[in-house]
Write a protein that binds this ligand. Structure first.
Ligand SMILES: NC(=O)c1ccc[n+]([C@@H]2O[C@H](COP(=O)([O-])OP(=O)(O)OC[C@H]3O[C@@H](n4cnc5c(N)ncnc54)[C@H](OP(=O)(O)O)[C@@H]3O)[C@@H](O)[C@H]2O)c1
Length: 311
């Protein structure tokens, strides 16, 4: 089986990673790339086939290519329209939406394989999780049922998290020698986390001057006292069979997660009273927090090995 893949938003940071990964995927081939600005021009992206030309960003043009799967790497708010055009005419086409548009929609499967692997298998409407949500979820989930108050997540991300379109969050002058807090209340990833964990989470995101990578340092307040050994063992057992999660003893470093497909969780520590604990997670926001997770979702949706194309 070779999956016929369509992509919109391929010229973005996440889309570029997807094109590169799909080029090395043994069971997938990109047959259509739509662009709002480059229709008719040759596709110049790393990994794309030499004869591929950008199509106009038009659902009719996409559907004519009879694709098996479409990746929507478009800005938040733009994916809904694409999804409804595809819904109307190609219900069996698998849509993997990398934007926020369907992450709270119960008709769509929330595509975090560690939590929803069985539901992603065979799914045709998959909302790929946000990068902060992925990092925070994997840090909090093993102890979610033991918390007495919402986990608080201090997050810091490279500026690629803000996309390529110029904004204060990717402005080199603003970011130089700086760490900038933003959206300190009501961040959409808080709602996403609440959907999966069934409890509130506080997220305090920041952006800094490095390009890629993300760290979540999580403060946990526990209902009953624990020892560090107990907590450590809990994380270790939850993640021992997860190929894309590494649980380590020391504090994970953001730079070690960059250009990898996995999330590293570690640095578990417990206060002397046993009620307060901390844990740290790191990932590459463009890969484990977006493109590689999307490839895993495609693999699961089509019954392929989850690791295919992500060596
Ligand atoms: N950056 C991250 O770390 C990250 C992580 C997880 C999820 N996401 C999500 O992934 C999506 C893409 O993010 P990104 O950072 O790659 O964004 P980006 O770098 O800003 O790129 C988005 C691409 O979408 C296309 N586009 C722009 N306006 C469009 C429209 N109105 N309709 C259709 N396509 C349009 C553009 O390509 P053309 O000019 O060729 O049309 C553009 O290159 C977003 O929804 C974002 O929330 C991003």
């Amino acid at each position: 089986m070779t999956l016929r893949v369509g992509m919109i938003g391929a010229r973005g940071y996440v889309g570029g990673e997807l094109v590169r990964l799909l080029a090395g995927h043994p069971e997938a081939e990109i047959v259509w790339i739509g662009s709002t600005s480059r229709g008719g021009h040759p596709v110049e992206l790393e990994g794309a086939k030499a004869d591929l030309v950008y199509s106009e960003a038009d659902p009719d043009s996409l559907l004519r290519r009879e694709v098996d799967v479409v990746f929507l790497g478009v800005p938040n708010g733009e994916a809904k329209g694409w999804a409804s055009s595809i819904d109307a005419r190609a219900k069996d086409t698998c849509i993997i939406d990398l934007s926020t548009d369907h992450r709270l929609d119960e008709q769509w499967v929330y595509g975090n394989p560690e939590h929803n692997r069985t539901r992603v298998a065979g799914a045709r409407r998959i909302a790929n999780p946000g990068c902060y949500a992925t990092a925070a979820l994997l840090a909090i989930a093993p102890v979610a049922e033991c918390l007495r108050s919402p986990a608080t997540v201090f997050g810091v991300s490279g500026y690629s998290g803000a996309g390529a379109k110029p904004s204060p969050r990717n402005d080199p002058d603003m970011l130089r020698d700086n760490v900038v807090p933003y959206t300190l209340t009501d961040h959409s990833h808080e709602r996403e986390l609440e959907r999966v964990l069934r409890q509130p989470v506080r997220l305090l995101p920041h952006v800094s001057s490095f390009f890629r990578g993300m760290m979540c340092t999580v403060a946990l307040s526990l209902r009953a006292p624990v020892t560090r050994e107990l907590l450590f063992e809990r994380y270790r057992s939850v993640y021992s069979n997860e190929h894309f999660v590494r649980f380590i003893e020391g504090v994970p470093l953001l730079r070690d997660a960059c250009l990898t497909h996995h999330v590293t969780v570690g640095g578990v520590s417990v206060a002397s009273d046993g009620f307060s604990a901390s844990v740290v997670s790191v990932l590459d926001n463009l890969l484990a927090g977006a493109a590689s997770q999307a490839i895993r979702n495609m693999n699961l949706a089509f019954g392929l090995n989850e690791e295919l194309g992500l060596a």
